[in-house]
Design a protein around this ligand. Structure first.
Ligand code: NAD
Ligand code: ZN
Length: 342
């Protein structure tokens, strides 16, 4: 089969021939139809310090996908050949305290598809059937292929009550852009999003942001005055990983505000703890998606009319994968989809 792999410890990604992955008793064999490129894949492509310390080479990467079940291990129940599935990319141990309590997203032994074991940028992928999620008819292949990052946005956005609240999202990457649409759909009042990239802020505007703010050109304080906000934001979602964005958020939160932190800072990050203490802020770290509450919520949100389609900006045949990575490197993109069908 074809596989898009990190073949050597250097920047880049290469198409290679690989054997079919082995199917265990509890596994599904999935024929991949579409994949999407994640920011993590871009880190691996660029071969930054994190990748050098994390990614074994050679390895097929990728973890955002949709495909069809073509074979099942003998112990698998609840799936049939022909089922259209995406899958949770965090493979959990099943025996730690959190796993046994049903809090799989808090498993301390998580292994990542396309990070620690073979990924989805291939004609075929094997995952434990437990990790697969059946996609309801009516949800397109394209949208199904981005359930992983959509799930990051849903998990973060649904962490706190948004009804009638003023929401600040820092970072208009694909996940921040989707979070705008979710907050709007769930009944937030003002949804304000910041970035330094106008292309992405335009996408966020299409997703229903009350106001998009390029913090390199405009002040968030002025925008709050313009919107008639006299106190501060009720809910914050940090989705940039940029320390100055988080500091700005802390500064603009109302007392008693709630913050969900998804963005991953590059290293240790100093903040003004007085903002947290004297404002009585609540801060929650977000990792991955809740298994599988977030997945059911994603399907239901789409079925109840949530539209996240504008986040998909680029589509390429898998033979043109380099163009996809070029688009990601440029930053002038939302989600980039690669099509594996022949
Ligand atoms: P991304 O890197 O595409 O988006 C980050 C955005 O932040 C970019 O558009 C960038 O221009 C913007 N930005 C830069 N400086 C800024 C500033 N000063 N103020 C506001 N925005 C600024 O990332 P993504 O794929 O959308 O993911 C969002 C974040 O979440 C990343 O940090 C990513 O590493 C992280 N992430 C975390 C998890 C998790 O499980 N915790 C999962 C996926 C991604
Ligand atoms: Zn576990």
């Amino acid at each position: 089969m074809r596989g898009l792999a990190k073949l050597k410890a250097a920047p880049g990604i290469w198409m290679t021939e690989a054997p079919l992955p082995e199917l265990g008793h509890n596994d599904l064999l999935i024929k991949i139809r579409k994949t999407a490129i994640c920011g993590t894949d871009l880190h691996i492509y660029k071969w930054d310090e994190w990748s050098q310390n994390t990614i074994p080479v050679p390895m097929i990467v990728g973890h955002e996908y949709v495909g069809e079940v073509v074979a099942m291990g003998q112990e698998v129940r609840g799936f049939s050949e022909g089922d259209r599935v995406s899958g949770e990319g965090h493979i959990t141990c099943g025996h730690c305290r959190n796993c046994r309590a049903g809090r799989r997203h808090l498993c301390r032994n998580t292994v990542g598809v396309g990070v620690n074991r073979q990924g989805a940028f291939a004609d075929y992928l094997v995952i434990p059937a437990y990790n697969a999620f059946k996609i309801p008819t009516g949800i397109s292949d394209e949208l199904a292929s981005i359930f992983d990052p959509f799930g990051n946005a849903v998990h973060t956005a649904l962490s706190f009550d948004l009804v009638g609240e003023d929401v600040l999202i820092t970072g208009a990457g694909p996940i921040g852009i989707m979070a705008v649409a979710i907050a709007r759909h769930c009944g937030a009042r003002h949804v304000v999003i910041t970035d330094v990239n106008d292309y992405r802020l335009n996408l966020a505007a299409q997703m229903g942001a009350s106001r998009v703010v390029n913090v390199a050109k405009e002040s968030l304080s002025d925008v709050m005055v313009e919107l008639g906000m006299t106190e501060g934001f009720d809910v914050g979602m940090e989705m940039s990983g940029v320390p100055s964005a988080f500091s700005a958020m802390l500064d603009k939160m109302n007392h008693g505000g709630k913050i969900a932190l998804l963005g991953i800072p590059p290293s240790d990050m100093a903040i003004d703890w007085n903002q947290v203490i004297f404002k009585g802020l609540e801060i929650k770290g977000i990792y991955g998606r809740e298994m599988f509450e977030t997945w059911y919520k994603m399907a239901s949100l789409l079925q109840s009319g949530l539209n996240i389609s504008p986040v998909i900006t680029h589509r390429f045949d898998i033979n043109d994968f380099q163009l996809g990575f070029d688009a990601m490197v440029s930053g002038q993109c939302g989600k980039v989809i690669l099509d594996w069908s022949d």
